[in-house]
Design a protein around this ligand. Sequence first.
Ligand SMILES: NC(=O)c1ccc[n+]([C@@H]2O[C@H](COP(=O)([O-])OP(=O)(O)OC[C@H]3O[C@@H](n4cnc5c(N)ncnc54)[C@H](OP(=O)(O)O)[C@@H]3O)[C@@H](O)[C@H]2O)c1
Length: 312
Amino acid sequence: MNSQNDKISILIVGATGRLGSLITKHCLAQPKLLVNILVRDPQKNKELAASVEKAGGKVWKGDVTQPETLDEPLKGVHTVVSATSQFGPKTALDGQIALIDAAIRNGVKRFSPSDYAENFEKFSREELRDFGIIEFKVAVREYLKDKPLKTIHFNPGVFMDSLFEFGAKNFTYWGNPDHLYDLTSYEDTAKYVAVALTDENRAGTYNFSAVKLTAKQVADIYNQVRGANIVPRCQGTMEELKKAFEAAKNTDPYSFMVIMLGIFLVIYDDRSTFDKVHNSEFPSVKTTSIKEFLEQNPNIKLGQLATKMGSL
Ligand SMILES: NC(=O)c1ccc[n+]([C@@H]2O[C@H](COP(=O)([O-])OP(=O)(O)OC[C@H]3O[C@@H](n4cnc5c(N)ncnc54)[C@H](OP(=O)(O)O)[C@@H]3O)[C@@H](O)[C@H]2O)c1
């Protein structure tokens, strides 16, 4: 059993979020990690806060848009893991930069930004600058490049959960019907992050993909598990998607519609598929297939959120 002093002290920022709470859960299961969390409201998930404290970690109240709340929690921390939300520049850009600056000020050795995205490598900087909230992730990566701390980036492709929840009714897509999605569940991503962090020297970019499938292949599995008869429907070409995005962006650059269309411009583009994934470096993580995911989540139905929020 490691003593608290031998452990790698980590601070998870955004630990009450969907991904952040799973990262916290799986990091707590790693004896080599001392898990601390920074949350806006410690009352929001009392069970999570109690489990962190029980394992010897601290629960800090803080906000990345208030830099004065960040110094104390960062003292003595080896690795910062950000899993904050990306909906708007205040948190996703200015807040991340404030967190990086505070991490450097306080001698943090390693920083993991809130990436959790697809493959951006083959897109030009100009394209990414245009794609709404994706711009923030890219700008944070660039900001980190010459900073005096190690960085570790995690990319799961598209979250399986999001594909089903935000996929429009009847499983529509844009562009190429044979486009391959890299899909990983939120939970499996959190498992990878937790295992990767147990090596204090590990740095670089880690891409994960539990499955690589086309829309038709995903729909076939969905139909088999749910007894449905969904046929993926093309919404239009990638050029038409770009036009729809531009028109919506002119009305309100950070509306939900613009955010989703900006994300679609990446996830339906063949360039966003990973050439290389790092699953095999973490053999202890057993990933979830689409069939298993659907069986484990009987309430997930295609388009449930898209339908609530207006079809995309
Ligand atoms: N690849 C994909 O398919 C995909 C899909 C979805 C998300 N993502 C990415 O995954 C990451 C996590 O997303 P998520 O779905 O877990 O988001 P989420 O559930 O909305 O959680 C975001 C977390 O950020 C915290 N937060 C927001 N503003 C903050 C601030 N100013 N200071 C400190 N904490 C703040 C929230 O705190 P409260 O709990 O207090 O609100 C919450 O804990 C993001 O990078 C997102 O872009 C990727």
